[in-house]
Design a protein around this ligand. Structure first.
Ligand SMILES: Cc1cc2nc3c(=O)[nH]c(=O)nc-3n(C[C@H](O)[C@H](O)[C@H](O)COP(=O)(O)OP(=O)(O)OC[C@H]3O[C@@H](n4cnc5c(N)ncnc54)[C@H](O)[C@@H]3O)c2cc1C
Length: 283
């Protein structure tokens, strides 16, 4: 690895001030699980690295008046074990538990995961289906970014170079909503998903669908919402015909690439299969 200056601020304000000094030549590091690999491969060569791990308040996970707030430095392991996360949606806790291996989960953070913007990652998919909003801060600004506006392209987000992710906020779910996350892992259990699907639905007393969210991972350059599929379910009973139609629309919304985990055609077909499985479960 090339030499670089390493700074470890104790507070968020200190970190934001350091970042504002030289945003284009500075890299922030949380758990380091994604970024250290890229540095060792010499794909990125930061002059300065700001380690975030001492900023303890960014690890907080807690209920708010509107729903749930997840600190950007919370690890996947802490999030998987959190009673607050499980209370909000058990599917969210199991999404964090589905990331990689225990070693990665105890080191890697939510903020690092979202900022890394690999479309095959797990948490963004469920967080999108739960209408998650990223909270970003710079030295001079604070803004809230709906997650589907955070992911711009492969490994690219709408964060500015002087911004840090500080949290993700989730609104309370509609009463009676049911959620699931399905990670299709045909190779090994610690792999990235070939495709993944999160589905959230709520129905009224007649069984008609009043709320539908379907999000997919590994199915395009960014984690994506299958909006036409969601719309097709509204005001309908979640019977087999409705589920099959929505699954076909979800598959049509994908734009996967050929890679080691399968051809684009295979992944598109699997997106349909796993969307149908997810919807049957929540129905
Ligand atoms: C072997 C292995 C297997 C993996 N398997 C999976 C898997 O199955 N599922 C999955 O979802 N992921 C997987 N990952 C990816 C990894 O879990 C995520 O990339 C991880 O969450 C990154 O978090 P981190 O804290 O380590 O990020 P870091 O490596 O520290 O940083 C990643 C990027 O985010 C930026 N960053 C970090 N924190 C912030 C912040 N607060 N604000 C702004 N930018 C920030 C960094 O500058 C960098 O660009 C795997 C990684 C490895 C090494």
């Amino acid at each position: 690895m090339r030499p670089f200056d390493y700074l470890e601020p104790e507070t968020l304000d200190e970190a934001l001030a350091l970042l504002a000094d030289d945003p284009d030549d500075t890299l922030v590091m949380a758990g380091g699980t994604a970024i250290v690999i890229l540095m060792k491969q010499d794909l990125i060569r930061p002059a300065r690295v700001i380690g975030l791990r001492r900023i303890a308040p960014l690890r907080a996970i807690g209920a708010t008046d509107e729903g749930l707030r997840l600190g950007a430095l919370a690890t996947h392991g802490a999030l998987a074990r959190s009673p607050e996360v499980r209370g909000h949606a058990a599917a969210l806790a199991s999404t964090f538990a589905a990331v990689a291996t225990v070693r990665i989960r105890e080191q890697a953070t939510l903020g690092g995961n979202l900022a890394h913007a690999d479309p095959a990652q797990d948490p963004p998919v469920t967080l999108l289906a739960l209408d998650g909003v990223a909270v970003a801060r710079s030295k001079t600004r604070a803004r809230r970014i709906p997650l589907d506006a955070l992911f711009v392209d492969l490994f690219e987000t709408s964060l500015e170079p002087d911004e840090l992710l500080v949290a993700v906020e989730l609104p309370r779910l509609p009463v009676g909503a049911r959620a699931t996350y399905k990670k299709f892992l045909p190779a090994t259990l610690d792999d990235y998903a070939t495709v993944s699907v999160a589905a959230v639905v709520a129905t009224d007393a007649t069984g008609a669908c009043t709320h539908a969210r379907i999000a997919l991972g590994g199915a395009g350059p960014v984690p994506l919402r299958a909006r036409a599929a969601e719309r097709s379910l509204l005001r309908r009973r979640l019977d087999d015909a409705a589920i099959r139609e929505a699954a076909a629309l979800a598959a049509a919304a994908t734009d996967p690439i050929d890679d080691l985990r399968g051809s684009a055609e295979y992944k598109r077909a699997m997106a349909g299969v796993w969307t149908a499985r997810a919807l049957r479960e929540v129905a």
